[in-house]
Ligand binder design. Structure first.
Ligand SMILES: Cc1ncc(COP(=O)(O)O)c(C=O)c1O
Length: 397
């Protein structure tokens, strides 16, 4: 018997691959056998990082910015984050004590949960949820707890009473993601007020993941929950990253903001582990955040065109209804009318039609009956993938 088998609490044993990683393993196996597959699954933008950001990184490297970074984040990046939060979100944070640079939002979420949760603390997650939240909660000694959402008026929303229904005295935090992956809902001011008021009344720390904030459609506006309910400022943690906004998934750079006492605790987590993004990457991130945002608008327009392509390609299929996303680059396709589980539909699409999507039930019980279709990739991938998806959904086995 291994020593780890005798541990009273084995946090590592509770960690799981995400749905995307599990499906990817299946895809690789099929590809190794020669299958020709097109993927509309991953949330990885295919657009290049804008040239001026790449240039800023190259210049930083040539200038010898290759030493250890300030572990809180280089001063220029923390100041750029403070500027961005003021400019785009109407939020005021002190770059000296209230901002932390992280290796992507992934580390920000991990550090926030580790800093906030006490052993056995529960964390509310709107269901369906970005399933990569589960394991960091377990790693921090907590337990995820679903908040029931449902489809109403063509979009997922959190019905009245669902937050209080999910609450228990063990709940210590809630992670909210707006625009919401996987479902594409952009929470309104009124919805955010309801959620914020609930967190304050129940004394729950809100972790606000706003990674898709710039990818918005049909006039929907992103409102940070911390701006919608300013009293949250005293307790909540803001999490963001450059991965999606600037097509910088591989750069591994993000940032958090919050009250100095929580940021200090998160810094202690970071100082024992990642020690922050590379110095030259931080210089480029500072340029991205503080400079012209024209590139962000161009990417938004590109995603808007792709979204329309998805809506057009999947319209008029009996038993199938696409929920038009308000933000992000995923469309949820309601396949309840097909009379099969979402995983059965996904597997049929993969094996018989060669197109890879994610099944909604992987994101929680409320996702059952839906498929998540990504338009983070465009061009030939999207065109070919949509033809296969349409054929597969229209085919009656
Ligand atoms: C909702 C959400 N949060 C966080 C992340 C992780 O982002 P990062 O690349 O910054 O670690 C993702 C990535 O897919 C995401 O969809």
């Amino acid at each position: 018997m291994l020593l780890v088998d005798m541990l009273p609490v084995d946090r590592i044993a509770s960690l799981r691959p995400t749905a995307v990683n599990a499906i990817l393993a299946e895809v690789r196996e099929l590809q190794a056998k020669g299958a020709d597959l097109v993927s509309l699954m991953r949330g990885e933008p295919d657009l290049p990082t804008p040239a001026h950001i790449v240039e800023a990184c190259t210049q930083a490297l040539h200038a010898g910015r290759t030493g250890y970074p300030d572990n809180r984040g280089e001063k220029n990046l923390r100041e750029a984050v403070a500027l961005k939060l003021r400019r785009d979100n109407g939020l005021a944070y002190d770059p000296a004590t209230e901002i932390l640079a992280t290796t992507g939002a992934t580390f920000g979420i991990h550090a926030a949960l580790t800093a906030i949760l006490q052993e056995g603390g529960e964390v509310l997650l709107p269901d369906p949820v970005y399933d990569a939240y589960y394991s960091p909660i377990r790693l921090a000694g907590g337990m995820p707890r679903a908040v029931r959402a449902e489809i109403w008026g063509g979009r997922f929303h959190i019905p009245d009473g669902a937050l209080d229904e999910a609450w228990t005295p063990s709940v210590q935090a809630m992670i909210l993601n707006t625009p919401w992956n996987p479902v594409g809902t952009v929470f309104t001011q009124a919805e955010l007020e309801r959620i914020g008021e609930f967190c304050l009344r129940r004394k729950i720390t809100l972790i606000s993941d706003e990674i898709y904030e710039t990818i918005l459609f049909d006039g929907h506006r992103h409102i940070s929950p911390l701006a919608a309910v300013p009293e949250l400022r005293e307790s909540a943690v803001y999490v963001n990253s450059l991965s999606k906004t600037y097509s910088m998934t591989g750069w591994r750079v993000g940032y958090c903001a919050g009250p100095a006492a929580i940021i200090q605790r998160m810094f202690m987590v970071l100082a024992q582990s990642s020690r922050g993004p590379s110095t030259f990457v931080q210089d480029a991130a500072a340029v991205a955040l503080a400079g012209s945002q024209d590139c962000v608008e161009s990417m938004r327009l590109e995603y808007a065109a792709r979204r329309q392509t998805v809506l057009d390609a999947l319209s008029g299929i009996p038993g199938v209804d696409v929920l038009a996303p308000e933000g992000g680059f995923f469309a949820m396709v309601d396949v309840r009318g097909l009379g099969q589980t979402s995983d059965a539909v996904r597997r049929r699409l993969l094996h018989d039609f060669g197109v890879v999507v994610a099944h909604g039930s992987a994101y929680g019980d409320a996702g059952e009956g839906t498929l998540r279709v990504s338009f983070a990739s465009g061009g030939e991938t999207l065109r070919k993938g949509l033809v296969r998806l349409r054929d597969g959904l229209a085919h009656r086995p």
